[in-house]
Design a protein around this ligand. Structure first.
Ligand code: IPE
Ligand code: IPE
Ligand code: MG
Length: 247
C-alpha cells in the first residue's frame, strides 16, 4: 500500500480514533453537474474515491467502515442511472477485490440481496465469502439498504424464530440486524451539505456523533477524514449521563 507523503497532515497521537466510522457518500451527481459531466461520471469518480478513503481508514486504524452505496429508495431514480450504478458496483468488485483481500479488508454486505441482478449478487457473495477471515478493517457495504427495511427484516426473523414477546430486548433486535455482532458507529459522516439521515443506520446511529461537510463525495479525501476525526475529538459523548455532576 503506498504510504502518504511525509508532509501530509497526521493523526494526533492524543486523539481517540473512532472504532466505527459510517459514511453517507453523497454529492456525486452535483460533482458531475458542476463539471458539465453526466451523473454517472460522478458515480465513477465517487467509486474511485472510495479506494482512497478505505486506504486512509486502514492507515488511521479505524476498525469498521460502513458506506452507504445504494439505498432502497434509490431504485426510484431513472433506469439508466440505476443500471449504471449496478454496472459501476460490478466493476468496482472486479477491479478491487484482490487488493482489498490482500490488504486484510473483510467485506460485508448490509441490505437485501433480492432485487439485485444475478451477476452482481454473485459478485457480492464472492466478495463476502473470500474476505470473511480478514481482520484489518471490516468494510460494510450498505447496498440496497434501508434502515426501516432492516428493522422490518429483523422483526420478521424474530417472529419466525418464535421468540416470546416478553423475551424481546434491545439485544434481541440488535442480534437480528445486518450489523449483528458489530459495535455501533461512533461517527457518521455525510458529504455534500445535506443534513438528514436518508434512512441510514436508524437503529445503530442512535448515539453516533454526526459530521456534515459541504464537500462532494468524489472530493472527500484523507485530509477531510482527518478533519472529521479531529472534530469527533472535540465532542463530548454523554450517552444521556451527566459527566461531571459537581459542575
Ligand atoms: C450519492 O450521490 C450516490 C448515490 C446515492 C448512489 P448522489 O447521486 O445522490 O448525488 P447528488 O446528491 O445527486 O449530488
Ligand atoms: C443517500 O443519498 C443514499 C446514498 C448515499 C447511497 P441520497 O442522495 O439518495 O439521499 P436523498 O435523496 O438526498 O435524501
Ligand atoms: Mg444525493
Amino acid at each position: 500500500m503506498p504510504s502518504t507523503s511525509p508532509t501530509a497532515p497526521q493523526l494526533d497521537p492524543q486523539w481517540e480514533v473512532p472504532t466505527h466510522v459510517a459514511i453517507i457518500m453523497d454529492g456525486n451527481g452535483r460533482w458531475a453537474r458542476a463539471r458539465n459531466l453526466p451523473r454517472l461520471a460522478g458515480h465513477r469518480a465517487g467509486t474511485e474515491n472510495l479506494r482512497r478513503v478505505i486506504r486512509a481508514c486502514v492507515e488511521f486504524g479505524i476498525r469498521y467502515l460502513t458506506i452507504y452505496a445504494f439505498s432502497t429508495e434509490n431504485w426510484a431514480r431513472p433506469k439508466e442511472e440505476v443500471e449504471g450504478l449496478m454496472e459501476i458496483m460490478e466493476e468496482f468488485i472486479d477491479k478491487e477485490l484482490d487488493e482489498l483481500d490482500e490488504e486484510g479488508v473483510q467485506i460485508r454486505h448490509l441490505g437485501r440481496l433480492d432485487g439485485i441482478r444475478p451477476s452482481l449478487k454473485a459478485k457480492i457473495r464472492e466478495s463476502v465469502e473470500r474476505t470473511q477471515h480478514n481482520q484489518r478493517l471490516v468494510l460494510n457495504v450498505a447496498f440496497n439498504y434501508g434502515g426501516r427495511d432492516e428493522i422490518v427484516q429483523a422483526v420478521r426473523k424474530i417472529v419466525r424464530e418464535g421468540i416470546p414477546p416478553e423475551q424481546i430486548t434491545e439485544e434481541t433486535i440488535e442480534a437480528h440486524l445486518y450489523t449483528a455482532g458489530m459495535p455501533d458507529p461512533d461517527l457518521v459522516i455525510r458529504t455534500s451539505g445535506e443534513i438528514r439521515t436518508s434512512n441510514f443506520l436508524l437503529w445503530q446511529a442512535a448515539y453516533a456523533e454526526w459530521y456534515f461537510t459541504p464537500v462532494f463525495w468524489p472530493d472527500f479525501g484523507r485530509e477531510h477524514l482527518l478533519e472529521a476525526i479531529a472534530d469527533y475529538n472535540r465532542r463530548e459523548r454523554r450517552f444521556g449521563r451527566v459527566l461531571d455532576p459537581d459542575e
